[in-house]
Structure formats: C-alpha cells, structure tokens
Design a protein around this ligand. Structure first.
Ligand SMILES: Nc1ncnc2c1ncn2[C@@H]1O[C@H](COP(=O)(O)OP(=O)(O)O)[C@@H](O)[C@H]1O
Ligand SMILES: [Mg+2]
Length: 242
C-alpha cells in the first residue's frame, strides 16, 4: 500500500468502518498511523469509543501507533484565517485588518480551510501511513478539485486585480505552490491510493462508476474498490426460505 490512503463512497456504505480497520491493521504491524476524517458527520469517535475532535489524538488501548483526528470546518476556518491575517496584525492599521477579515468571511474561505488543513497532513513526515476517511463522494471530489481551481485562480488574480476572494494575492502565492504540490501528490499512484467503498447493488455501482470517472477527469486514477456487505451464502439461503 501507499503512504496515503483515501476512502471514498456514499454515506453509510462503510467508509469509516473500512478506514478504521485499515488504520488498525497498519498500527498493529508497527507503522505509525494517523486516521483523519473530513466528514462533518464523522463517527470516528463512536468507532474508537473515545473523544477525538479537531486535534491529533492518540487512540487509547493497545494501539500505541494509532492517532486520529476529526477536522472541524469551523475550527479549520479560524486557523486558516489567522494564518493569513496573523502576520499582518502588528504591522497594518486596524481598518486594513478589519477589511482583510471581512474579505475572508465568505464561503470560499470555509471551503478552502478544511482542504488546507488536509494538505498539511500530506506534507508532514511524522506518520508512516495516513488514512483519510472522507465525506460522501460529491463533497470529496469537490475538495479534490480545489487545488486545481485555486492555483489557477491565484495565478489569474495575480495578473489582474491582485484580489482573490481569499484576500490579497501576495499572501496566497505560497499557497499556490502548496496546492500544486498537493495535486501532484494526489495523482501519484506510488504515494496515494483511492479506495471506493460500495454495496453490492446497482445504485451503488452506478454511483461508484460516476465518481471514479469524475476523479479521472482531474487526473486521479481510482485504485481499489471494496464491495462491503456481501452476505454469506447460508444467510442468503435462510432469507430466501422465509
Ligand atoms: N461489513 C459490515 N458488517 C456489519 N456492519 C457494518 C459493515 N460495514 C459497515 N457496517 C455498519 O454500517 C454502518 C455504516 O457504516 P460506516 O462505516 O459508518 O459508513 P460510512 O462511513 O460510509 O457512512 C455502521 O453502523 C457500521 O457499523
Ligand atoms: Mg463515516
């Protein structure tokens, strides 16, 4: 397996279950493992039966190598804004800071913030394996398209007005490099694996095919598919006899 493993698929198909099982497996084999969820309706805390939240938390029990985090979009937004505004706070007049804060209050900041947090994990070498338990498919794909969009947006704005909906271009130039690196990493099959989880039914198959085509349009090859919830033959026979 690769260092970064993404689990994607519709709600309720078993992403969190499969992602957690995978993370536990790597932790047990001695790899320092982090499981991160970007699903706002995360249930990682239920799976590991402990509080997790918006910070890297060691998973209790026998697994010394396992860490978990639930990305909170509001917290991520606050951190992201502070990261941009922070350096200007002491050197700029108050009204400029206020105007920056206002510029950074739109929905695009919120969207970007979770992704930014997410990329940070792809840039650290603190873990041998990072498992991403992502939000339902459409949302994930939107997130994955972001670095492509944003690096283009930043480039265009730097030639034109110098303004982006995320604040002045100068403060974002570093971000462009970061998003370019993230895109390259997501496309690199040596480093990143995408796993779709689905159920053995037509609708799920259709959804998985569509999602994997969408991924391919942004240059990402889906690696594996897990068909979850196949019942053993005896159970099916028992049901059909009823
Ligand atoms: N193979 C399985 N066998 C039994 N229960 C399962 C299996 N896979 C998932 N579940 C259960 O189905 C529910 C949804 O799974 P979950 O992993 O939370 O899905 P997702 O993260 O995709 O929304 C959970 O209650 C989980 O315990
Ligand atoms: Mg889940």
């Amino acid at each position: 397996m690769t260092r970064y493993i993404f689990f994607s698929g519709k709600g309720g198909v078993g992403k969190t279950t499969m992602a957690s099982a995978t993370a536990i497996h790597y932790a047990l084999t001695g790899e320092r493992t982090l499981i991160v969820t970007t699903d706002p309706a995360s249930n990682l805390a239920d799976v590991f039966e402990q509080e997790i939240g918006h910070k890297i938390t060691p998973v209790k029990g026998v697994l010394k190598n396992l860490f978990a985090m639930e990305i909170d979009p509001d917290e991520a937004t606050r951190e992201y804004k502070e990261g941009i505004i922070g350096p200007y706070r002491t050197i700029m007049p108050e009204d400029i800071i206020a105007s920056l804060e206002e510029q950074l209050s739109g929905p695009c900041t919120t969207e970007m913030a979770s992704f930014d947090r997410f990329i940070d994990f792809m840039e650290t070498d603190e873990y041998d394996v990072i498992v991403f338990d992502t939000a339902p498919t459409g949302h994930t794909i939107r997130l994955l398209e972001l670095p492509v969009d944003w690096s283009r947006h930043i480039e265009e704005a730097s030639k034109g007005s110098g303004q982006t909906c995320l604040g002045p271009v100068q403060s974002l130039q570093d971000s462009k490099d970061k998003y370019d690196r993230a895109t390259a990493l997501l496309k690199d099959t040596e480093r990143t694996t995408f796993i779709f989880v689905m159920r053995p039914d037509k609708l799920s198959l259709y959804e998985t095919l569509r999602a994997s085509r969408e991924l391919e349009t942004i240059g990402i090859k889906p690696g594996e598919i897990i068909i979850n919830g196949i019942l053993p033959k005896e159970v099916c026979e028992m049901h059909s006899r009823r």
